[in-house]
Design a protein around this ligand. Structure first.
Ligand code: ADP
Length: 479
């Protein structure tokens, strides 16, 4: 397992020699120790990215596309190895971890396709005395700060488009899941990516983030994480006018209309809500169900949820692994307590489940009936396996409830009437809509949010655009 940082093609420790422990999310056992870097190493990483920039951005886009395709292929070849690391440090079920590796590889394939199409564009002006064109240039050195929940896919989303366009990159993974990022760094070396094109450091997030945003050479930061940290980074990016993409928290509504296929809606609700034990930013957070199918939906949902196996992610058949830390347990307990105090009914779950040899971090899949907008779980992102279900009577009421949040990432609608689906899709204030499906992520589509969920898009040509600085050239034509 790789436990050093990659800077300029060298495996390095922190200058101070300090390290911090990375632990198994389920048991708390130490898996490895990685460097505790700070501002000094953050600057070393920028230096290395700066040295590599000219050569990398000077390659043809199709040459870079070949490298991206090789990265995708190598990722697939190392799927089991990556999946084991992801499961150990994040706690997610092993089949979800394998799915994450495929998803991450898709970002490289998508970016390779886009790189092959990158070209200057001729602009037809109304004036005959000018020749105009727009050239897609790399924005330069870019930074990526990634979260713990998809340690490979979130990195892939940022690295693939950056490399496609010709940027060089400095990366800081989350403290709880840096081993996946270091294994990824090893893969980049193995496929022959030139030294310094991607640099990965671990350590103090605030010190590293400040060093990158304050430097002036880093021209863009792509961040996925909490809205609170997103706000801090936005403020810090002002001095050097650093471009940002922020993928922040979510509070997805999941609306079930009366004509919906209820068993299909239940299956989607279960797979969407309980993936990674509810710790994804697109997880349905608020269920809003038509009154005449309410009991049917609640009963079926609770029946399936209560049967999901809770345990260590590495065991086959487990659907609910641990939450990432004790804070997450406190938050979900607090939301359940608050909801019950305000009149919600626990239909299933509501507490942690003991798992032999493991920490007390396994929360049972929980379904709450009689949820209302006054409850904390309808206002605060849960990031846990809690499904509060509220009731609505009219379409406009459902839309109003769904939009009653400053977040705007994903939203889900279940119904049969195509006109209703069309109407409601248009009115939901979010960046991504799932129509009769609970799984919406796709490396070829624009992933991103509105409002407190951030801005910028990842995936497909939209993801590439974030790393391009268009240069418009206006040349005089002498007649
Ligand atoms: P979560 O609650 O999911 O852990 P965070 O926003 O705290 O979300 O973390 C997402 C990423 O942001 C992680 O890589 C973390 O280390 C990093 N991070 C946390 N605080 C800061 C900060 N002050 N400056 C820069 N990065 C930070």
């Amino acid at each position: 397992m790789q436990d050093k940082n990659l800077i300029g093609g060298q495996w390095r420790s922190a200058h101070s020699g300090e390290t911090f422990a990375v632990c198994d999310a389920a048991t708390g056992e130490e898996l490895a120790r990685v460097p505790r870097c700070g501002a000094l190493e953050a600057c070393d990483a920028i230096e290395a990215a700066g040295k590599a920039l000219q050569a990398w951005s000077g390659l043809t886009a199709s040459t870079r596309a070949t490298v991206l395709t090789a990265i995708a292929q190598a990722m697939r070849e190392r799927k089991q190895e990556f999946a084991q690391i992801i499961t150990a440090e994040s706690g997610k079920p092993i089949d979800e971890a394998q799915g994450e590796v495929d998803y991450a590889a898709d970002y490289f394939l998508s970016a390779a396709d886009e790189a092959n199409q990158l070209q200057s564009e001729t602009i037809h002006s109304r004036r005959a005395d000018r020749a105009l064109c727009a050239i897609p240039e790399s924005i330069g050195i870019v930074a990526a700060i990634t979260p713990w929940n998809f340690p490979l896919a979130m990195l892939a989303r940022k690295t693939a488009p950056a490399l496609a366009v010709g940027c060089t990159q400095v990366v800081k993974p989350a403290e709880s899941t840096p081993l996946t990022a270091l294994a990824f760094a090893q893969l980049l070396i193995d496929v022959g990516l030139p030294a310094g094109v991607v640099n990965v450091i671990t350590g103090d997030p605030a010190a590293i983030g400040q060093a990158w945003l304050g430097d002036g050479r880093v021209r863009k930061l792509s961040f996925t994480g909490s809205t609170a940290v997103g706000r801090l980074l936005m403020k810090s990016s002002a001095d050097q006018v650093v471009r940002l993409s922020l993928e922040l928290g979510g509070h997805a509504p999941f609306i079930v209309f009366s004509d919906a296929d209820i068993p299909a809606a239940v299956a989607a609700a279960v797979s969407g809500k309980f993936r990674l034990a509810g710790q994804t930013c697109v997880c349905p957070n608020r269920f809003i169900v038509a009154d005449n199918v309410y009991s049917e939906f609640v009963d079926q949902f609770a029946a399936v949820a209560s049967g999901l196996r809770v345990g260590r992610g590495r065991e086959a058949g487990v659907r609910i692994g641990p939450l990432i830390d004790d804070r997450a347990i406190v938050r979900i307990r607090n939301q359940v307590k608050d909801a019950v105090a305000k009149g919600a009914k626990i239909v299933t779950g509501g507490a942690t489940v003991p798992v032999e040899g493991c920490l007390d971090r396994f929360f049972a899949p929980t379904v709450l009936a009689n949820a209302t907008a006054e409850m904390l779980c309808f206002q605060e992102e849960t990031f846990g396996p809690l499904a509060p279900i509220a009731k609505f009577e009219t379409e406009s009421q459902a839309i109003e409830m769904a939009n009653a949040t400053p977040y705007g990432l994903a939203g889900y609608i279940f119904a049969r009437d195509p006109n209703l689906l069309e109407r409601v899709s248009r009115q939901l204030n979010c960046g991504i809509i799932g129509v009769n499906t609970g799984v919406i992520s796709d490396a070829y589509a624009p992933f991103g949010g509105r409002g407190w969920s951030g801005f910028g898009r990842e995936g497909g040509r939209w993801g590439i655009e974030e790393y391009i600085s268009w240069k418009y050239v206006c040349a005089a034509v002498n007649g």
